[in-house]
Design a protein. Structure first.
Length: 111
């Protein structure tokens, strides 16, 4: 089962924060849907958070999306943060690909 949702939050300071939650099988079969949600988040929010802690299976397409999101962060000036602890399936894909992600990681998962 796969799910990709985006929720807009407004912080106490008035910052619009999009939280993109991906769960289940985050594989090439769902890459387009994940990319669309991330693009919408960058277009509509002041900052973007990506929650991957419920991903059960990942492949290189998820890693590519996260790297592309990092480039969107740099070009838009909108911060990107990973929330929660990424699952071992995703970390294993990153390790195999030799990818190191210089993205801020928040300690508390987004609810």
């Amino acid at each position: 089962m796969f799910s990709c949702t985006a929720e807009m939050q407004v912080t106490e300071s008035g910052t619009r924060r999009a939280v993109v939650k991906i769960s289940g099988r985050a594989t090439i079969d769902h890459a387009h849907e994940m990319w669309e949600k991330l693009c919408q988040a960058f277009a509509q929010a002041d900052e973007v958070a990506l929650a991957l802690d419920e991903v059960s299976e990942a492949d290189l397409s998820l890693a590519q999306l996260v790297v592309a999101s990092r480039k969107s962060e740099q070009s838009s000036g909108k911060p990107l943060a990973l929330v929660g602890r990424p699952p071992e399936s995703f970390l294993g894909v990153l390790a195999e690909a030799g990818v190191v992600l210089p993205i801020e990681t928040e300690r508390e998962p987004v609810r």
